[in-house]
Design a protein around this ligand. Structure first.
Ligand code: OGA
Ligand code: MN
Length: 291
């Protein structure tokens, strides 16, 4: 069966059939998935449960794997981020389950990460090494809630008026790893703060195909060259504009779903759920090819 893409919304998000992700993919299939990502920015694969090794093998076909926040603290005295119950360092445990297998408590660091993931963001936008795709594979889903929403930053850019586009064109924002946690009232230790210096990115990205896209989200804390308060207001206004329902695809998870999104052209956020139920997903994230 040949790989096929069935668009979910107008030019944004597509369901993919005709490919078995756990098998070794040929080069043409990988190229087709890359083309699909350029076009739709979010791809949904249903009923494709992956073992940990299979998810790592699949992800590696798209580039080198990112370690996200874990990388910065992996050598630190504080082992909270470094420890994992999963078999691979590059597999992120997106769950409400502690390393000992028990449900995470409301005050736990894992629950804080979960909540930070409920703010609109682009994975790892806070680091110098840019990332391309994230891939989330669902293992256990709660009976209701816990959807993930994706917003198309290309459509959001296109819908801006010309004066706003011109104003934004030269602007850059500073993205800081712990800003989203600070928004939730949780402040990093000095060691954590120093371990990931902020990164600066243009607010308007130019894509290879000539289109433009907004690059914002919960890690962005300052617009360079304008007062902090004014910059934050601008970022909040842009975020509100960019996450209108017409730009959003909401994914309702079933076990075995794999969703891939492009962090350069989309924002995403988790939605709340009853945290007395298990929700277990595993994420791999790809570093952008420097070439
Ligand atoms: C992520 C993320 C949201 C969710 O894994 O990067 O933001 O719904 N997840 O779990
Ligand atoms: Mn995320």
């Amino acid at each position: 069966m040949a790989i096929a893409f069935q668009p979910i919304q107008d030019g944004f998000a597509a369901r993919v059939t005709g490919v078995a992700l756990a098998s070794e993919l040929d080069r043409e299939t990988v190229a087709a998935i890359n083309d699909g990502m350029d076009r739709y920015a979010v791809l949904v694969f249903n009923r494709q449960p992956l073992e940990q090794a299979e998810q790592i093998a699949f992800a590696c076909r798209f580039g080198a794997l990112d370690l996200g926040l874990r990388k910065a603290v992996i050598h630190s005295k504080d082992r909270t981020y470094a420890a994992t119950r999963l078999d691979y360092e590059a597999l992120m445990d997106i769950s409400n389950v502690d390393n000992d297998g028990a449900l995470s408590g409301p005050e736990s660091r894992r629950m804080l990460s979960n909540l930070a993931n409920q703010l609109w963001h682009s994975d790892s936008s806070f680091q110098q090494d840019r990332v391309s795709y994230s891939m989330l594979s669902a293992v256990i889903c709660p009976a209701s809630g816990g959807d993930t929403e994706f917003a198309d930053m290309r459509m959001a850019y296109d819908a801006l008026d010309d004066a706003t586009k011109a104003y934004l064109e030269p602007l850059e924002a500073e993205h800081f790893a712990f800003h989203s946690r600070e928004l939730l009232g949780a402040f990093p230790t000095e060691e954590e703060r120093d371990s990931i210096p902020p990164a600066v990115w243009p607010i308007v990205s130019r894509l290879r195909n000539g289109r433009r896209s907004l690059f914002i989200g919960a890690h962005a804390r300052k617009v360079l060259g304008i007062p902090t308060a004014q910059g934050r207001m601008l970022l909040m206004d842009l975020l509100e504009h960019a996450t209108q329902r017409s730009f959003v695809y909401r994914h309702q998870w079933a076990p075995g779903d794999l969703v891939i999104w492009d962090n350069r052209t989309t924002l995403h956020r988790g939605r709340p759920y009853d945290t007395s139920q298990r929700r277990e997903l595993r994420r791999t994230t790809i570093l952008e090819d420097a070439a």
